[in-house]
Write a protein that binds this ligand. Structure first.
Ligand code: BG6
Length: 489
């Protein structure tokens, strides 16, 4: 695969190495990059976690994870062995000092000291500060070291600041890579290409021509084994404060001067700073929150959120928000953002509805042009146009869809978003990672919504598992004469 370039030799240290994210996403992603020839043979991947394991036991877990989370046709025995040979493991409590840190140091010392070192934090975020403190105490921070921080960066502004300060004490901002896996998704990056490489789109990309934007990421899964985490988080913190706001930024931002990290991040930050605050006074009209009750998903009966949890909870599993970007470009354009667990299907998409043509030539007003960017599944772009209806003698209109898939050559599946991002950290390319001020600006907007909900300004609604969400979310759009995409298909 000549279009994938090998990266320079590196050491990847994953804290939280026995956790679900490492097993489900990180190790399979690294295996796939090795399969594509991007990982050199002398690269090292070192797992670190509290579980007492020796190298062999960790390698056995890694092998199971690859078999479980990757399709068998891409697991060639030779490649799997080559990948597993890259792995090492150290038992280590990242919140404490101790000789295990020296063990990590000696594993790292086997490699050249000046090669790229990535520390990936896949632990509870409260530990990020103490991991950095220990990395520093044991002399593990080199000039070529960088840290990758998994979300959530805090649960509000204060905790986000504490996490960022804790890490920032030991690493300069340019060595901190805050991951948002939505930015690693092909169609999300495609927003930039579609907008700025196509004058056709670019010229129409403002409130003059756009009536509304919907950004949706709904999924069929419930909270599964993650209830303990999820119940402290909820839909707004888990998906909107990060992933969906990032998508919104790409849709709404002004053209960056270049694709350099800071140019793109500055443009995104300007959008976050222009988001109209939602307060106690407006939460009832601009937001909907809800919890799923028992229902049917993919033909299976599933329990409600509270039954799964086994206790009362004020955590939302669904959120829909009408957001406003107060810039001249987006005057009077609502951005509807929504996310749900236990929805009827798994879909992430951006739907841009244009204003209808102001012509009386055809009698009835022509339908609005509508652009759908399918993030997943079936990545692609669908544009609804008006055409002459050939089935009638009179000149009348009907709609036709220009629908194109965005695919890899040979119909191969897209690399998982983590694959790209894990190696961007090695390459030292931060453009698809989040800068500190973006995290803070996102919290500045999200926290007052959480506060308003805490003050019960928008009542908790319910929706049946397997449905599209509560009736109130339909009303949120109806007040502007809009409908959710699935209702207008
Ligand atoms: C994660 C959330 O960040 O994104 C999960 O914590 C969610 O709750 C997941 O399921 C969704 O990601 P994707 O790529 O499947 O849309």
């Amino acid at each position: 695969m000549e279009h994938f370039q090998q990266v320079e030799p590196f050491d990847y240290v994953i804290f939280g190495a026995t956790g679900d994210l490492t097993m489900r996403k990180l190790l399979p992603a690294l295996y796939n990059r090795l399969r594509m020839g991007q990982i050199p043979d002398d690269a090292c991947i070192i797992g670190a976690a509290r579980t007492e394991l020796d190298r062999e036991a960790y390698v056995a877990r890694a092998r199971d994870a690859l078999e479980r989370f990757l399709p068998s046709d891409i697991l060639s025995p030779g490649l799997v062995e080559r990948f597993l040979a890259r792995l090492d493991y150290v038992t280590l409590d990242s919140s404490r000092e101790g000789p295990q840190w020296d063990a990590l140091k000696s594993l790292l010392a086997k490699a050249q000291p000046d090669r790229v070192r990535v520390y990936y934090f896949a632990t509870a975020p409260q530990l990020y500060g103490s991991i950095c403190e220990n990395l520093n105490r044991y002399g593990l921070i080199t000039p070529t070291s960088r840290v990758v921080l998994e979300k959530p960066i805090g649960t509000n502004m204060a905790t986000a600041t504490a996490i960022n300060d804790g890490v920032g004490q030991y690493f300069p901002e340019k060595q901190i890579y805050r991951i948002d896996h939505y930015l690693g998704k092909e169609t999300v990056q495609n927003v930039l290409a579609l907008r700025f490489a196509n004058p056709l789109m670019n010229a129409a990309w403002s409130g003059e021509h756009i009536e509304s934007v919907q950004i949706t990421a709904v999924e069929t899964v419930g909270v599964e084994g993650r209830a303990a985490y999820y119940d402290t988080s909820g839909a707004l913190r888990d998906m909107i404060q990060n992933h969906l706001l990032q998508v919104l930024c790409l849709v709404a931002m002004e053209a960056p001067d270049s694709l350099e990290a800071d140019a793109v991040r500055n443009a995104k930050l300007a959008v976050l700073n222009a988001l109209r605050p939602i307060t106690d006074a407006t939460a009832a009209t601009e937001t909907v929150r809800a919890q799923y009750t028992a229902g049917v998903v993919d033909g299976e009966n599933v329990p409600g959120y509270l039954e799964e949890l086994g206790k009362p909870s004020a955590t939302e599993t669904y959120a829909a928000i009408r957001a406003w970007v107060d810039t001249p470009r987006w005057k009077n354009v609502p951005f509807y953002v929504r996310t749900a667990k236990r929805s009827g299907k798994k879909v992430s998409e951006i739907v841009v509805t244009f204003r209808p043509a102001a012509t009386t030539m055809f009698g009835a007003t022509p339908a609005s042009n509508r652009l759908v960017l399918r993030i997943q599944p079936n990545e692609g772009v669908d544009l609804r146009l008006n055409v002459k209806n050939p089935a009638l003698d009179v000149f009348n209109l009907r709609t036709a869809d220009l629908d194109t898939s965005i695919r890899m050559e040979g119909g191969l599946p897209f690399p998982d978003s983590y694959e790209r991002l894990l190696l961007d950290a090695v390459r030292g390319d931060p453009v698809l990672f989040i800068r500190r001020d973006e995290v803070e600006a996102a919290w500045r907007w999200a926290e007052p919504i959480l506060e308003a909900w805490k003050h019960d300004k928008a009542p908790m609604q319910t929706y049946s598992a397997g449905s599209y969400g509560p009736e109130q979310a339909t009303q949120l759009l109806a007040s502007h004469g809009d409908t959710w995409h699935e209702a207008s298909e």
